[in-house]
Design a protein. Sequence first.
Length: 305
Amino acid sequence: MPPTKTSFHLLRLDELSAAEIGELLSEAQRTRGQRSEEARGRVLGLLFTKPSTRTRVSFEVAMAQLGGQSVFLSSETTQLSRGESLAHTARVLGRYLDAVAMRTHRQEDVELVAAESRIPVVNALTERFHPMQVLADLLTVSSRRGQLHGLTYAYVGDGNNMANTWILAQGVLGLDLRLATPPGFGPDPTVLAAPAVRRHPPTLLADPKEAVRGADVVITDTWVSMGMEAEAADRIRLFAPYQVNAALMALADPDAVFLHCLPAHVGEEVTAEVIEGPQSAVWDEAENRLHVQKAWLRALWGGAS
Ligand code: CP
Ligand code: NVA
């Protein structure tokens, strides 16, 4: 049976309904650690123009655990590096591969590959979104706290791809999310205008203490995302009041969970005490990438129950 339209591509999280997210998370939980055969004979291409540890390895392992294979395609070692267009590359890849996981700068490029390749494309991070990561984050929260609703979520730091994706998640699922970002570094206005987010907007703040007070989940990310290296010194100075440290965590609920998609710049956006401390769920969060991606790939190829 062909996949449904909503599950064909995953370019941004608001392409999924709350029910689809719920189903994906329960499948991820149910099948964690299982080996199966849904991807037998299938090949996933990993088309990456940015570095990766977790995303690359978790997708490759997911395909292996589902009986399929993956092929890693960095921009440097393909003809993209010599000027072959992305459209031509996508058309050719669509003739060989069964799906593509793509990591790149522009969201528009992921959309272009989805349109030109005519095979399912999953966003493996763009400057605007990181959907698989936030699905893994949601799985981590539901595993640790037994629920997603009835909790308060605080995102502190840069209004980047992680913040944008969390905003879409809270809009679709109806979660209670407060974001504290420095003035001028807020989330993407087009994300705030997305229908699900207009129906259920987040609370936008500048004060990290106000965001974290009483929160059940505290989330941060690097202040210097891939591609922003030239701004690093200014950002590190400007974002200093947004560091997640023990004093900030002390304002959260005593059972609060700390999330960071990694890689972390310890001593910048988070202190060693917090990321290595008992409230940190970052290693489970990284592991959960594998479980949610396997669930997505199984759903794509007809394996969902
Ligand atoms: N969190 C995440 O996407 O990590 P990588 O950049 O290592 O893939
Ligand atoms: N915001 C970070 C996430 C890394 C997984 C970046 O885009 O570099």
